[in-house]
Design a protein around this ligand. Structure first.
Ligand SMILES: NC(=O)c1ccc[n+]([C@@H]2O[C@H](COP(=O)([O-])OP(=O)(O)OC[C@H]3O[C@@H](n4cnc5c(N)ncnc54)[C@H](OP(=O)(O)O)[C@@H]3O)[C@@H](O)[C@H]2O)c1
Length: 257
């Protein structure tokens, strides 16, 4: 394969795995991370193994960082893996705000910023989670995301969630006590909208679940290796130009939203 691939949160875990595998396939890989030193170290390691890998700074929670990152890119992009995310301990208004800022606003903001660099046949992969499946939600909350109406309705639902956590009424309103879960529900809803928006330009947009994986986030007790989880992401990142779009997949098979 040829061309440029970008992986956010590329300094460790699944992001690093996907970056390494894409470099092996001959892509020029931009390893984007908020921790520049860690990104440089891993990029150097992958270059020593023969890959064309470059480190760049990107904090997806910071709109200015996303804008700088996008402005520095001149070349077209074939693959964009929006992978960076957090699963923070605890549950309060601060955790909700940080989680949504990174896992939803940040993960989708990177895609929006790079859309002008994406050409026909390019692939966008939003790394999501089974925790974002709609079946986890009460019907009234599910109806806020399914079917997704537009971006504004997703943002309004997230604002309601955050406000209700802040004033202690989220459980009474049917919201779960998981910022991570809601961030991935919203990411999945956004994926469906973006796939429709970008279809006329021939850009494939899919969400993937890597399964429960042995990373810092997943913990040592997780059943899947990083290679197994990474393969689930790579499948969507390397689809043919006439591949599916607007889906949610694990190991190349559709999973329920
Ligand atoms: N592991 C699992 O079991 C599992 C299951 C389902 C879905 N996922 C998803 O898989 C993806 C990768 O997770 P992982 O397991 O590889 O987790 P991880 O090892 O904790 O890695 C998370 C990555 O995201 C980066 N990140 C966090 N906040 C960031 C920010 N504001 N800007 C830029 N980068 C940021 C981290 O960078 P720092 O090093 O700077 O923190 C790190 O590189 C995530 O989307 C996660 O939700 C994982």
């Amino acid at each position: 394969m040829s061309g440029t691939a970008i992986v956010t949160g590329g300094n460790r875990g699944l992001g690093l795995e996907v970056a390494a595998r894409l470099a092996e396939r001959g892509l020029r890989v931009i390893l984007a991370a908020r921790d520049r030193a860690a990104a440089e170290a891993e990029a150097a390691r992958l270059r020593a193994a023969g890959g064309a890998v470059e480190a760049r700074t990107l904090d997806v929670a910071d709109a200015a960082s996303i804008a700088r990152f996008a402005a520095e890119l001149a070349e077209p992009i074939e693959i964009l893996v929006s992978n960076a995310a957090v699963a923070l301990d605890g549950f309060d208004a601060r955790v909700v705000a940080q989680t949504l800022a990174i896992n939803y606003t940040g993960a989708t903001g990177v895609v929006d910023a790079l859309v002008p660099r994406l050409g026909r046949g390019s692939k966008v992969v939003l790394v999501s989670s089974a925790m974002g499946e709609l079946d986890n939600l009460r019907p009234a909350i599910r109806a806020r995301f399914d079917p997704p109406r537009d971006r504004a309705s997703i943002s309004a639902a997230l604002a309601d969630f955050a406000a209700r956590v802040a004033d202690g009424t989220h459980a009474a309103a049917g919201w779960p006590s998981s910022a991570y879960s809601i961030s991935k529900v919203a990411l999945n809803a956004w994926t469906r909208l973006a796939a429709v928006e970008l279809a006329p330009r021939g850009i494939l947009v899919n969400a993937v679940c890597p399964g429960w994986v042995q990373t810092r986030m997943g913990g040592r007790g997780a059943p899947r290796t990083i290679a197994e989880g990474g393969a689930s992401i790579l499948w969507a990142a390397t689809l043919p130009a006439d591949g599916p779009t607007g889906g949610f997949f694990r190991d190349g098979a559709p999973v329920a939203w």
